[in-house]
Design a protein around this ligand. Structure first.
Ligand code: GTP
Length: 444
């Protein structure tokens, strides 16, 4: 924000809210300067006015110039200076009234940022004032119970306990109210209170005590110099707090970026995994029918043969071929031929046992591996397949279409290799074709 508009904003706030308090402060300052009868009263008024001046001319412009809402401490900590300071100076009742009135301004000041209506800001202002009155009265009560009496006129060790009691009780009551408010709003509001602000609150209250004592016990030039240093300190702390917050935000942003990056990597990993699985599946699967392919069948038979050699048992294979399949392609279409292949695949899969493996071995040729099946067992399964293909309602697929399959079955002998097993099954398939098709040949 350029300086001129900052000044304008300051004047706006000054005109709308700060002015009455400033006027009261100046009035009290004037009265205290003029009332020569009571030195204590005058000193008290001087102190009050000076504390006000710090708040009005240091804190308000600081908040305005440095930007309030981003602060994690700002008013939360520094308004404790006037609250506690005035308890010790004027007593809890006066401090409560003064600070409650001052706290009414704040919700209107940040109305633009919060987007609250005038009515909402008013409710919040009343709520703030109520909270502050109770907090200050609790602080004052603790101060009195711990043996303190207002006005404080000298810094003595006896003050330590009452001052500590004031600060701790105010901190506790304030914290309690904030928590109640968070609970009532379902945790929707963000509280600008963290350990940093919590540490600063007692510190701010101590600064209040020091301010009061300096105002009472020293001349005005020294007091004003002290206030000037205090002001500079406040700016520094505010700057520190802001840069700390910016750092925190940067860390949060970086963390979010890293998390997003991790998520992207994880997604890429999952996609890669899916791709690998798909490739693996494709390398085992026949694309048209979804049955396993020749590569997978060969691998399966190799493993089965090894298992047999080690543990014994039987293994049969059946080579099946659709009869006159070329005619289907030629007479109807290649597309219909594909549908026939898919339907035959479904039938074979359905009729085979769950331990059998059905594959499309190439073209219109299917191989079924039948672990633990002897000639009779294999015959039963393959006959069932043949009958199912023959009795399938092919007309539904194409009017006038009827189909059958032929098959050759072979059982693995002890000293036989897989090639020989295939040769034997192939010979029997040709036998079946020779004998008129639509049949299964199991033995020579
Ligand atoms: N539609 C389609 N046809 C295929 C596919 N693979 C092989 N074929 C066809 O299958 C037919 C096989 O014909 P043949 O080997 O002559 O035997 P067939 O007509 O079934 O006669 P037999 O086996 O003697 O009963 C050929 O016309 C191939 O083009 C395929 O994936 N889709």
């Amino acid at each position: 924000m350029p300086l001129s508009s900052r000044l304008q904003a300051w004047l706006r706030i000054y005109g709308k809210s700060v002015y009455p308090f400033y006027a009261v402060g100046l009035f009290l300052l004037a009265v205290s300067l003029l009332s020569r009868d009571s030195a204590l009263l005058r000193e008290t008024f001087v102190a009050l006015a000076l504390v006000d001046i710090v708040v009005l001319f240091a804190l308000c412009p600081a908040i305005l110039l440095l930007g309030f809402p981003s602060s994690r401490l700002g008013y939360v900590s520094f308004d404790r200076i006037t609250q506690a300071g005035l308890i010790w100076l004027l007593g809890p009742a006066a401090s409560a009234v003064f600070n409650a009135v001052a706290s009414l301004i704040f919700p209107f000041h940040i109305r633009a940022q919060t987007g609250n209506s005038r009515a909402q800001a008013l409710l919040r202002a009343l709520h703030n004032a109520g909270m502050i009155i109770l907090t200050i009265l609790a602080g004052g009560l603790a101060f009195r119970l711990a043996g303190g009496s207002a006005p404080v006129s000298a810094l003595t060790p006896a003050l330590i306990l009452p001052v500590a009691a004031t600060i701790v009780s105010m901190q506790l009551v304030n914290g309690l109210f904030v928590r109640i408010r968070v609970a009532l709003t379902d945790g929707r509001i963000r509280i600008p209170v963290d350990w940093f602000a919590n540490t600063l609150e007692p510190a701010a209250a101590l600064i209040g005590l020091l301010t009061v004592m300096i105002a009472i016990n020293t001349d005005r030039v020294l007091t004003l110099s002290y206030l000037f240093v205090l002001m500079a300190l406040m700016f520094t702390v505010k700057r520190l707090s802001d840069s700390r917050q910016r750092l925190e935000e940067k860390v949060q942003q970086r963390t979010a970026e890293i998390e997003a990056q991790n998520q992207r990597l994880e997604m890429a990993r999952v996609r890669q995994q899916e791709l690998v699985e798909k490739l693996e599946r494709l390398s085992r699967e026949d694309e048209l029918t979804g049955l396993c392919n020749r590569r997978h069948m060969d691998e399966f038979l190799r493993q089965e043969k090894e298992r047999l050699q080690r543990y014994g048992g039987t293994l049969a294979i059946a080579l099946m071929d659709i009869d006159h399949f070329k005619e289907v392609n030629d007479r109807y279409s290649h597309q219909l031929g594909d549908k026939v292949l898919m339907t035959v695949a479904e039938i074979l899969q359905h009729e085979a046992r769950s331990t059998d493996l059905v594959s499309r071995y190439g073209g219109e040729e299917f191989v079924i591996a039948l672990p633990n099946a002897d000639e009779d067992g294999a015959r039963q399964v393959i006959e069932r397949c043949r009958e199912a293909v023959q009795s399938h309602p092919w007309e539904r697929l194409q009017a006038g279409l009827s189909l059958s399959i032929s098959g050759g079955v072979a059982v693995l002998d002890e000293d036989m290799d897989l090639q020989a097993l295939f040769r034997r099954a192939d010979q029997r398939l040709y036998q079946a074709k020779d004998q008129g098709r639509n049949r299964i040949v199991v033995s020579d």
